[in-house]
Ligand binder design. Sequence first.
Ligand code: NAD
Ligand code: UGA
Length: 457
Amino acid sequence: MKYEKNILCIGAGYVGGPSMAMIAYKCPTCKVTVVDINHQRIAAWNSDDLPLYEPGLDAVIAATRGKNLFFGADIEAGIRENDIIFVSVNTPTKVFGVGAGMAADLQYWEKTARQILQYSQSPKIVIEKGTLPVKTALAMERILSNNKTVHFDVLSNPEFLSEGTALRDLENPDRVLIGYRDTESGIMARDTIVEIYAHWVPQERIITSSIWSSELSKLVANAFLAQRISSINAISALCERADADITEVATVVGMDSRLGNKFLNASVGFGGSCFKKDILSLVYLCRHYGLNEVADYWEGVVKINQYQNDRFIANMLSAMFNTLTGKRICLLGFAFKANTGDTRESPAIVIAGRLLEEQAEVVISDPKALKNAGADLEGIAGKISYVLDPHEAAQGCHAVAVLTEWDIYRDLDFQKIYDNMAKPAFIFDGRNILDHKRLFEIGFNVYPIGKPALTHF
Ligand code: NAD
Ligand code: UGA
């Protein structure tokens, strides 16, 4: 069959997999191939046990895989045979050398650029799908310009999906952003990518801009989102001291239509693979340009997040008489948010590590993230167990800490949990999802975020 467009995506991760599945689903006249160096991941994409949990993903994969969506490992053939190439490889924080702990590590991205250079025999549109520092597209252009016989257009099309709602976000995005070069071929390339999204996204939500604005907008969008969480978390600390209630404060603030009510849930801290790394990348970029005050401002967002993790542990320790040695503590939730099995940068990793340092015994429960939790905590000294059933996990524990806002935790049988726990029983609600008054009435000592504790002492 002859397809309208032949699309390749390099990188079959949390972005590459779902975003390409959505393109294939909405554009049956396009052929979409997703490749990765991780052959195990590709095998999982081709199996019934997909490599990541995302609500609704199974159905979209079932409707497209083997029809116009293909997962493979032959990167060379993929580059040769497709004229539109999305690059969605990982861009973690650098852990070595110049910029360690701050700058984005561009090694995977650069390897991809070089592979595209090496295997391309016909004109290509290369699209940055990942989140990259401003001017990365220029580096891509410079690498690709070493092939004198093939013309390349480089575009930026950052992805705004959130995990747990990825399919919904992809199907009904607030906006699709395409950054392009204002040249004849740049405009043609832009229009080609607009055509793909126009299959299902209304024209007014497909925005085009300069490449640099596009690259920067993605970093800034994440920085603003994370900033809101750090803002509300900072105020949650004040509420705990001043006997105010963060939920009431957030409701009032959020009713101002200029501010809106989303992303105002105080928590144990934000996690996920992107917020921290993207803000640090923004901070590094500002310092690179000598904008130290701007860098300090944004770095504060990450510092407050660490402070929120620290506060949570400090509260647990002081509530439980300043010793956790030998105490059994149940962590309800290990994923960085609900409806995903992803644990990257999850506050639960920090919390579990600190509890183990205090010689507590940690019991971890999560409906989707136990495998990743096991990998995250591998090699860490101490007593850790993994129990799928939350009631069973809490049995015999001195404390329960809710770290992920899974819906199932709202409806647990807390009377039964209380009856089977050591006394006095503590509950630390790191997501403010439980009915604190009721828990208190059952007998728990209750420690929410940003609200006065309810204790029987
Ligand atoms: P990921 O780690 O889940 O996936 C990246 C994949 O790229 C991995 O499977 C890896 O094996 C593969 N890869 C690395 N180098 C390769 C190479 N040379 N050739 C082929 N494959 C290669 O990462 P992700 O979460 O999908 O993120 C990808 C990018 O998208 C990042 O820049 C991230 O910041 C951005 N982003 C992520 C999200 C999210 O929710 N996770 C949302 C928006 C944007
Ligand atoms: C985030 C952005 O929301 C996406 O737009 C972006 O594409 C993505 O990062 C990315 O670039 O990777 P994601 O990290 O998947 O998406 O999830 P969010 O819903 O943003 O949650 C991030 C963290 O903040 C989670 O730990 C969540 O629990 C926490 N959070 C969120 C709060 O603590 N309070 C809130 O009010 C909202």
